[in-house]
Write a protein that binds this ligand. Structure first.
Ligand code: KG4
Ligand code: ZN
Length: 342
């Protein structure tokens, strides 16, 4: 029987682009066998953001443990791994380098093929751990560093049809949270406050040109700061819950409207939500509601697969590996890696 059975493929993924040290093992690109994430958020909190030097240092300290833990969770040895996939970029260069070097050392020592993965391609492929992808599809990518709508006509093909012209959605969340003196990362705190407030403050929505799928969030961020400032000067109290709800309503309105419009124009089979801000309760609910009357199937990953992890890197890496992509021992970290050509 064995000789007729297709051999399972196990890809080990490594992710160190920002503040999570993560290693995962994924079977056949769709099934998580192990998924370990070591977060450094506590170390960065008191600085109000990620400090690159501290991030690199943590990755160095954690990577071996996280790797061992992943193999242990899977009950596997490196002999059973078919390929090592690693985030090549974008991200913090010093942080990326730790993952890239660990992946190269591992691939070299165990004589395994290596494949470089774009971090955002990883976020998109987190969805394949939930449901098989059907093309063509669109992905709404909303993370700390990126906000874009990506069109995929097939596996491994990424076309950015719209992106932010200034701040990413997550960045706007974190900056607004900071003005409200909330801890880093602010997204989840704003999300929680927003559930308790009313969107009764008039904040702008940057629609940009009629035909554009681009985004802009810096004007909204400034409007929030001005609203707070003016209220303070006039001695008016603004409930942070209402400000959070109004800010969140503006972000969600633009994200959902542009995504629905793109789905109609591109006639896609599926829409995949991706990136850290995909964990946002308001956004998840608004998308679900908006897609009730839309043909395309909406996929929203569980929270643990929205924020940075290595299972998504292994999932994307599996497809790239199957398509013949190979990294070499001179692989470098690419902080500005382009998703359309990597
Ligand atoms: O994808 P991610 O983990 O890291 C990057 O690749 O950037 O995204 C992190 C971002 C942070 O800005 C964080 O505040 C935001 O995702 N985030 C949220 C929520 N959870 C995380 N933003 C809004 N609502 C949330 N529930
Ligand atoms: Zn990310």
């Amino acid at each position: 029987m064995g000789e007729f059975m297709k051999k399972d493929m196990f890809v080990l993924g490594i992710e160190t682009s920002c503040d999570e040290t993560a290693v995962a093992i994924v079977k056949n690109g769709t099934e998580i066998v192990a998924n370990i994430v070591s977060s450094q958020i506590e170390s960065h909190k008191r600085f109000g953001g990620v400090v690159p030097e501290i991030a690199s240092r943590h990755h160095v300290e954690q990577i071996t443990f996280v790797l061992e833990e992943a193999l242990e969770q899977a009950g596997m040895t490196m002999d059973e791994i078919d390929c090592v996939a690693v985030t090549e970029g974008p991200g913090l260069v010093g942080a990326l380098l730790i993952g890239v070097n660990a992946a190269k050392a591992l691939a070299f020592a165990h004589n395994k093929p290596l494949v470089g993965v774009h971090h955002i391609a990883g976020h998109i492929y987190a969805n394949r751990l939930v449901k098989e992808m059907r093309f063509p599809l669109l992905s709404l990518v909303v993370s700390g560093g990126h906000t874009e709508i990506v069109f995929m006509k097939e596996h491994g093909s990424f076309q950015v049809i719209g992106e932010t012209r200034d701040d990413a959605a997550g960045e706007a969340y974190d900056k607004v949270a900071r003005t409200l003196s909330l801890p880093y990362p602010g997204g989840p705190h704003i999300d929680r406050l927003a559930q308790e407030g009313e969107p009764n403050l008039d904040l702008p929505r940057a629609w940009l040109e009629e035909s554009s799928y681009d985004f802009s969030f810096s004007g909204l961020k400034s409007a929030v700061i001005n609203t707070l400032h003016n209220a303070k000067q006039k001695g008016v109290t603004i409930h942070p819950q209402d400000l959070a709800a109004s800010f969140q309503a503006s972000v969600i309105d633009v994200l959902v409207t542009k995504t629905v419009k793109a789905v109609k124009e591109y006639g896609v089979e599926q829409v995949l939500l991706a990136g850290g801000v995909a964990a946002n309760k308001g956004l998840r609910a608004a998308l679900q509601e908006a897609f009730e009357g839309v043909e395309a199937e909406l996929i929203i990953p569980p929270l643990s697969l929205c924020t940075d992890n290595a299972a998504m890197i292994a999932a994307a890496g599996t497809v790239l590996f199957q398509q013949g992509k190979r990294g070499s021992m001179d692989m470098n970290a690419h902080p500005g890696l382009d998703i359309e050509n990597f």
